[in-house]
Design a protein around this ligand. Sequence first.
Ligand SMILES: Cc1cc2nc3c(=O)[nH]c(=O)nc-3n(C[C@H](O)[C@H](O)[C@H](O)COP(=O)(O)OP(=O)(O)OC[C@H]3O[C@@H](n4cnc5c(N)ncnc54)[C@H](O)[C@@H]3O)c2cc1C
Length: 453
Amino acid sequence: MPAQTGVIDSFLGVFQPKAGRADLFLFFRAVNNDLIDTYQLKSLDGLAEARLEKIGITQRKEKSSRRAGTQNKAKLYLTLKKHIQHQEKKNSSDVSGEEMPGYHIDNFSMRKPYDRVIRCLGFRFNFSVFDSSACPPISDNAKGRLPGVTPWYEGMNTPGLFVLGTAAHSRDYRSSAGGFVHGFRYTVRAVHRVLEQRYHSNLWPSTKLLTTQLQSWILKRLSEASGPYQMFQVLGDVILLRGSHCEYVEEFTLQALPQFSSVSGHEVSEHGLIVLVMQYGNNKIDFLGRSRAETDWTKAWKSNFLHPVLYYYDTLPTEEDMRLRPTGWPLPRPKAMHHMVEDFLAEWDTPISHIQPLRRFLEHCVQTDLRAFYAESCFRSSLTHRKPPLFCQQGYLKRQGVAHNTQLWQQVHGAGLMPTEQETGKTSGSDPAFPNYLAQAGASVSSGLKLDF
Ligand SMILES: Cc1cc2nc3c(=O)[nH]c(=O)nc-3n(C[C@H](O)[C@H](O)[C@H](O)COP(=O)(O)OP(=O)(O)OC[C@H]3O[C@@H](n4cnc5c(N)ncnc54)[C@H](O)[C@@H]3O)c2cc1C
């Protein structure tokens, strides 16, 4: 039988000696569905479900006759520790026949020998490289396996010493992807930005946006950003509100939010900030059960799978706020919060379920109308209102903007995004496929405007 690798979660994997060579694997990680197939369907592999403390791997010399003469070849056996006599005095793995389980139970499933044992039981961080004066403490968070680090990955009590890679996984142990290169490559980049700011006074890179562009920028990030998606609940985008414009800071380490200004070099204004986080629901559910996913945007907060959540704060949360945040939350309770309903395609760009509720939330945070308008509407509004909508102020009144034309109008109607006059006139909202709020929102169709930068 060719050597096979099996990956078993919390099981001891045993590759059965069907013919020829047999390998015994002890592999504690991830999932491998193939193993179930080769175990239960094809009888090639097996699973022994026992705690490691209860088993022992022993070696016995067996006589095998060959033409050249009799040879003593050592074979490996799996036995139960309870059968091994005088365990404490034993300094060799050799055992007598009586110490083998087969002596006590003749059909013991692991009674045949194995040629090799591969140990794959994980690792503990080796602290011996550090002098005691520079040794980071052991984190409580990862069963004592890893060093304790700050939210910006500096060893706790060891300023200037940073821990990166798998070794930094204590911050998100079993809750995000920091144990794997597909996740920690983004936190490594975040630490690079921390160092740039601290040692070279280079601000975290940011993008200055008009507030009317914010929604489109968020939608663009949601469809492209890898850091918050992979390092979910650990990295998030911070949007610094500044009235008519905002500063967009990407992939900040969320747990460092109370120290945002010193770590990033950016100040928070009296307008506050929004943090965009990708997160899972906190409910314990059957992830293959019938009602596992939420599709109704009005119940977006019940989403179970990865989905965007926006936190609005009028001031930076304090360290105490962070410490006392609700269990399972990546950030403290904000002043306002918005969940964008989970999406099977991981595309948060549909007008009704995603974009419009997002716009309403942003409008609530910045206390202004964020709809987009055609030039004609801006013209009318400029004549009839003291202060036309922000979009008109930042576009039409600066000699920019899109003129309304018949072709555009037809496209919008053709796509079914706007109500016909009859629909708005009659019992608005009676058609469940076209709810009330959309008709009232009027220009919502253009709120997902694509921007050219
Ligand atoms: C089987 C397997 C499959 C995986 N699949 C994936 C995957 O699909 N996607 C994914 O993102 N991640 C995957 N991972 C995880 C990923 O490989 C690791 O997270 C990543 O390699 C860790 O990188 P690192 O630089 O932190 O540590 P390592 O890659 O372990 O690098 C540490 C280095 O330090 C060296 N070293 C250790 N001690 C000393 C010392 N005292 N002196 C000098 N050098 C020393 C080691 O030799 C090693 O080269 C997988 C891991 C395994 C084991």
